[in-house]
Design a protein around this ligand. Structure first.
Ligand SMILES: Cc1ncc(COP(=O)(O)O)c(C=O)c1O
Length: 457
């Protein structure tokens, strides 16, 4: 591995000094939260969370939290995939989305359910009351480790995928002439960090063109492999493409990279909350994500998972107390000054909400909604799906073109006709329409959107 990595500490990082004047310097955000602010997962879905979070506050505040009493959560009538629509209607009521709004853009930002909003509000109030709530770092890490099949100690918390990817790009110390291989389906949030290094340090970017129409994993692996060279230091690729929902064979690519001494960096903005993820199995060097997408956490809930051998080697991009305390591993990266603690309270509530409904139930419901949309669209004359066919790995999103209609025009039409929020993939000149459903969407909403598309042609 040639990443200027002096042993034993890694690229440019000396072994931690025995003592440091910064050691032990903490902000209030590094304190654990007081027990009364710890969320009870059960309570969240029982519909008393607005009240639960407020109940943790002194009485005078309780009256002023303004949190609506959420309706009780329904009990699922069957196993994942067979809950019945009444259950999902009850889930929808846990959200603040107005009844006449058809929100199909979780790929950009997930709407926060009430328990998350309540947890955020309660924390903001607590801070205003001058009681630092603290951050439940260990509990959040443990839950993430369970959900994403990962070592809890490997998580750091940037604000979003973009920041996580930038922490990696800035922390690796690439040199002029070093090559980064990526694809022509990357989001700016996972791409610009490498473009910056190209402009500033003479790093070379090599862009693999992925198949259109989307093909299977073998073709992707073949194309990426063909682009790797002895100069390649990094492979940076999305786990799920934002353009069309195709799932990339990141575990296979990470293994290939390891064999060749190439650092694997996965832009995992989408999969957590959308589909089962095993970070152990993927075993990439870095995996960046945004829990404010499919996990429905508050904006600013980024995640960066760091493989064990990098936790003491990656340079932090922001330095504060303990930045050089290698014993802290990935946690060194979280010392970035004063934090918005409400976002962590919201993240914890979002993880509890997800686990309470049940990850398998959530994934199955998203899959079924997505497949319903894709199937109806593929049957419409003049519509060409650019997402992979159902027998190929695909998750969450449906992207398509409509003959004779430009995607922006269609987006505006849907917005005006039925208050639909969608996303146009204008990047790379693709001009596709993307729809991304989640558990708060009703099948009838999707049918209505398909009807509108059919009528618009
Ligand atoms: C694949 C991918 N990577 C990165 C991002 C950027 O996410 P964030 O704005 O949370 O950093 C997005 C956002 O949609 C994305 O789809």
């Amino acid at each position: 591995m040639k990443l200027r990595a002096p042993e034993p500490a890694g690229p440019g990082l000396r072994p931690a000094p025995a003592a440091s004047h910064t050691r032990g310097v903490h902000t209030s955000s590094h304190l654990p939260p007081p027990p009364e602010l710890r969320p009870s997962r059960r309570r969240f879905l029982r519909g008393v969370v607005g009240a639960a979070a407020a109940a943790a506050l002194p009485g005078v505040l309780r009256a002023r939290t303004g949190t609506a009493q959420a309706p009780p959560a329904p009990t699922p009538a069957g196993p994942a995939g067979q809950e019945g629509e009444a259950f999902w209607r009850g889930v929808r009521e846990r959200f603040l989305i107005p009844p006449d709004r058809i929100y199909l853009n979780v790929g950009t930002l997930g709407p926060q359910p009430r328990p998350v909003v309540d947890a955020v509000v309660a924390t903001v109030r607590r801070v205003a009351e001058t009681y630092p709530p603290g951050v439940a770092w260990d509990r959040i890490r443990t839950t993430l480790g369970r959900l994403l099949d990962a070592d809890p100690a490997g998580f750091a918390f940037p604000r979003n995928t973009t920041e996580g990817m930038s922490w990696v790009a800035q922390g690796l110390e690439l040199q002029p002439g070093d090559e980064v291989v990526t694809t022509d389906h990357e989001h700016i949030g996972g791409l610009c960090c490498w473009q910056l290094l190209a402009a500033r340090r003479g790093v070379r970017l090599r862009v693999v063109s992925l198949p259109d129409p989307a093909a299977g994993p073998e073709e992707t692996i073949r194309r990426v492999r063909a682009a790797l060279s002895p100069r390649t230091r990094v492979l940076s690729i999305s786990h799920v493409l934002f353009t069309n929902g195709a799932v990339m064979p990141v575990a296979e690519l990470a293994r290939e990279c390891r064999e060749r001494g190439i650092v694997s960096v996965v832009d995992g903005a989408h999969p957590p909350g959308l589909m089962p993820v095993s970070l152990r199995r993927i075993d990439a060097d870095f995996y960046a994500s945004s829990a404010h997408k499919w996990l429905l956490a508050p904006q600013g809930s980024g995640l960066l998972y760091i493989r064990e051998d990098w936790r003491t080697r990656l340079w932090p991009s922001v330095a504060s107390g303990d930045w050089d305390n290698l014993a802290l591993g990935a946690r060194r990266l979280d010392h970035v000054g004063t934090l918005d603690e409400s976002r962590f309270a919201g993240l914890e509530a979002a993880l509890a909400f997800h686990e309470e409904i049940g990850p398998e139930r959530v994934y199955a419901r998203i899959r079924s909604l997505r497949d319903r949309l894709a199937q109806q669209l593929v049957d419409l004359p003049g519509v060409r799906l650019v997402s992979p066919a159902r027998d190929l790995p695909v998750a969450g999103m449906v992207a398509f073109r409509v003959d004779g209609m430009d995607a922006l025009g269609l987006q505006q039409h849907l917005a005006r006709a039925a208050n639909v929020r969608s996303r146009v993939i204008g990047e790379y000149g693709y001009g596709w329409m993307r729809l991304a459903p989640h558990i708060y969407n009703a099948p009838e909403e999707l049918d209505r959107v398909v009807e509108l598309i059919a009528a618009a042609r």
